[in-house]
Design a protein around this ligand. Structure first.
Ligand code: NAD
Length: 480
């Protein structure tokens, strides 16, 4: 037994609220989503300030990534929800006619949402949106690593949402461990793969389904015919947004050897354009979340030769946007997800080598490719596996509402955003409904008398013939 807090009475009370049935009403769901939206709008300055304190994010980026994206998701989900909730009719086969068959999207019950710290508002609320839309109760545990954002969510959520159905638990490992002792109907975890294994093992004890939104090393292939000016801008934006603390960031670049110098020069110029001569002074360049991560990241700087950047300041949690060249695939920076403002660039001799490099490693959250050649793009799409892909772009598949977001293999399991998120938090319940007026009865002549014993030789023959045989049997009975 662990010695952490005991959440059993909280869980019992949330389960009681779910059992009351009110979360199933469309009006309740819509009111929660509207409340969440109101919270984001009314408390925007406080939330942006919390983001600045935790990550020194620029107000522009904080709004874009943590507030605006959730507001947009809420609006989309609210507009589609009545349609998603409609029972879906499916054809009913001959064997069970007359009857109707439909799929009903029922809520799972009580969900646990474990957030992480790099986009601490968005990654807590984006799963909460489909969770509430699907009619569930929830326990939300924001990341303790972003304490100001965690405190703001704990303060505001009970004010704007139905506090008998949604609870925020703050804390770190002891609190999460204690929560994981409880039985949930769904666990939605965002974070690293080490803790994902702890979460999944805990979920297995109760056979609770999990969605794991993880990270990993997302490669970026730059082919010989790529538009390098655009590639450099989009790669630098993807890598250095939030000082590289983005699960989707291009983690390393595989560039065709013929274009390596040109790409390095373009990246250097782009970083200067984005953040000025000294990025330390830029309002738009974030800081590392804490000293532990700062130390981890500075330990990776020796893995190659800095083309640009390389300087850092522990007291200010600053690491300059850094591009490394002459990086060996065996060096420390190539072993684990970087999750910071360091971009290793490795030269390869062609697309075959790049594809092989990617396929010999864990399946990434995203694979990026920059190329003007249709043939190259098709090859990369067809011969690699990743949670998602962007061609001539970074990050922005994330904002396409119809695209599922999530990993595969080591980068996660399960997808969300839009309808995909709604699906994650619902049980598609299969309902067959029949009347009782017609039923096989040995005394009626309408009956194909296949279903009930005793089974005659003729029944066995028809069964083997399948549906066609059954139809023929029924037809012949009507012809008689
Ligand atoms: P983390 O795994 O340390 O923390 C995530 C959550 O797990 C927190 O709520 C934390 O309290 C809890 N936790 C930490 N240690 C625990 C333990 N021993 N037992 C139980 N619970 C524990 O977060 P992190 O790994 O620093 O997050 C960064 C990772 O998250 C990166 O790999 C990144 O790529 C990934 N990420 C993925 C996405 C995505 O949407 N796919 C988004 C952001 C981050």
């Amino acid at each position: 037994m662990h010695a952490g807090p005991d959440y059993s009475s909280l869980i019992a009370s949330l389960r009681g609220s779910f059992a009351s049935g009110r979360t199933r009403q469309l009006a309740w769901r819509d009111a929660q989503l509207a409340g969440l939206r109101r919270m984001l709008v009314e408390q925007e300055p406080v939330l942006i300030d919390a983001l600045r304190r935790d990550l020194k994010e620029s107000a522009f980026e904080a709004y874009l990534t943590d507030i605006g994206s959730v507001v947009a998701e809420i609006d989309r989900v609210r507009s589609h929800l009545p349609r998603w909730l409609k029972p879906q009719r499916v054809p009913t086969p001959w064997l069970v006619r007359p009857g109707t068959s439909r799929v009903i999207r029922e809520p799972l019950g009580l969900a646990l949402i474990l957030g992480t710290w790099n986009y601490p508002i968005q990654l807590a609320l984006s799963p909460l949106v489909p969770c509430l839309a699907a009619g569930n109760c929830a326990v939300l545990k924001p990341s303790e690593v972003a304490p100001h954002c965690s405190a703001a969510l704990a303060r505001f959520i009970p004010r704007y949402l139905d506090s008998e159905c949604v609870a925020v638990v703050e804390g770190g490992v002891p609190e999460t461990t204690a929560l994981l002792e409880q039985r949930f109907d769904k666990i939605f975890y965002t974070g690293g793969s080490r803790v994902a294994r702890i979460v999944m093992a805990a979920a297995a004890r109760h056979l609770t389904p999990v969605t794991l939104e993880l990270g990993g090393k997302s490669p970026c292939i730059v082919d010989t015919d790529a538009n390098l000016a655009v590639a450099a801008r989009r790669i630098a934006h993807g890598r250095f947004l939030n000082a590289g603390q983005t699960c989707l960031a291009p983690d390393y670049v595989l560039v065709h050897r013929d274009r390596e110098e040109e790409l390095l020069a373009a990246l250097t110029g782009t970083i200067r354009d984005f953040y000025g001569e000294d990025p330390r002074d830029s309002e738009d360049f974030a800081r590392i979340i804490n000293q532990q991560h700062h130390d981890r990241l500075t330990g990776l700087l020796d893995s190659g030769t800095p083309v640009v950047g390389g300087d850092h300041d522990r007291s200010r949690l600053y690491i300059a946007p850094t591009v490394l060249r002459d990086v060996s695939p065996d060096s420390p920076v190539m072993q684990e997800e970087i999750f910071g403002p360091i971009l290793p660039v490795l030269a390869v001799d062609g697309i075959e080598e790049a594809i092989d490099f990617v396929n010999r490693r864990d399946k990434p959250l995203v694979l990026y490719v920059f190329s003007e050649s249709r043939e190259t793009v098709v090859q990369v799409v067809d011969r690699t596996s990743a949670g998602g892909m962007c061609v001539n772009e970074t990050l922005f598949h994330f904002v396409v509402p119809g695209l599922p977001f999530g990993g595969v293999g080591e980068s996660g399991m399960g997808k969300y955003h839009g309808k995909w998120g709604f699906d994650v938090f619902t049980n598609p319940k299969a309902v067959l409904e029949r009347g009782t007026r017609l039923d096989p009865d040995l005394r009626t002549r309408l009956d194909p008398d296949l279903r009930y014993p005793p089974y005659g030789a003729r029944d066995r023959k028809i069964m083997r013939l399948g549906v066609a045989g059954l139809k023929e049997s029924i037809r012949s009975r009507f012809r008689r």
